[in-house]
Unconditional design. Structure first.
Length: 273
């Protein structure tokens, strides 16, 4: 009697840790990415000087980084998308003072377009040309948006405006004067504080914010107390608008309205007939 053919039995053996799937690959990729980021940070710290590190730190505080070459082999400028569509204003000797004022207004308008609180603040900010340069004035209102009554502390909207203004003004490479103003409302008899003291304290607080936001301290020509001597509304000395903070960008008259000079050999186009 012939024997029945033997059947082959095949056993399937699990392949080691196959039951884990590809999860380890994701974890490993995250680890490699983290290590790459760490080495990039270490390289940046080793490749930059103190000034550049200060500018980068200022960018993360204010969202604005000044133009100009960085120490990282003249690395590219990093700027927030809200102002990328237009370059920051060049120094006054490369454009007219009217161009500079226009650029400043446009930059603040772009920042305000994405920030409702800043937009409300910008309604009280006026930028104009004076005999001494460019004047930026933050004017208070009846609601006390900028200052508390008799207090030297600047309110948060004004602080934010100054932090954003610092890197923009720094690019003008001009000295500034910071002026504090009050209304003519007198302090109580016997008070240790006067409008002169109050206006100076507010201007000094503004200086600290500007410097902390990256404005070069050596470009600050002075901090001045104006008290109620220069009212915004001369016909109403008690008006809330007289409480204000002004920053004067000093631009010499010799530098105003100067366009880049022509290079030797350049010729002007012939006039039209």
């Amino acid at each position: 009697m012939a024997e029945a053919p033997k059947r082959k039995v095949i056993k399937k053996v699990d392949g080691g840790h196959g039951h884990h799937g590809g999860a380890w690959k994701v974890a490993y990729a995250d680890f490699v990415t983290a290590m790459m980021a760490l080495f990039m940070v270490m390289w940046l710290l080793a490749s930059t000087d103190q000034q550049t590190r200060k500018e980068i730190s200022n960018y993360f505080r204010t969202g604005v980084l000044p133009n100009g070459d960085l120490a990282m082999n003249h690395a590219a400028q990093i700027a927030p998308s809200v102002i990328e569509s237009s370059p920051l204003p060049p120094p006054p000797n490369e454009e007219t003072i009217d161009d500079t004022v226009t650029d400043l207004r446009q930059h603040f308008a772009r920042l305000a377009a994405v920030d409702a609180d800043l937009a409300q603040m910008m309604r009280n900010v006026h930028i104009k040309i004076t005999d001494d340069g460019i004047l930026l004035e933050a004017v208070d209102d009846a609601g006390g948006q900028l200052f508390d009554t008799s207090s030297a502390k600047l309110k948060e909207p004004l602080e934010r405006f100054l932090r954003l203004a610092a890197p923009l003004l720094a690019q003008l490479h001009s000295q500034i004067e910071i002026n504090g103003h009050t209304d003519a409302r007198p302090f109580a008899t016997g008070a240790k504080l006067s409008n002169w003291d109050l206006s100076y304290q507010r201007a000094a607080a503004a200086r600290e914010i500007l410097v902390g936001a990256g404005y070069p301290e050596d470009l600050i020509a002075g901090v001045f107390a104006r008290g109620s001597s220069q009212p915004y509304k001369p016909d109403d000395p008690l008006a809330a608008e007289n409480r204000r903070l002004s920053v004067l960008v000093r631009i010499a008259k010799a530098k105003r309205g100067v366009k880049p000079t022509a290079k030797p050999g350049d010729t002007e186009p012939a006039p039209r007939p």
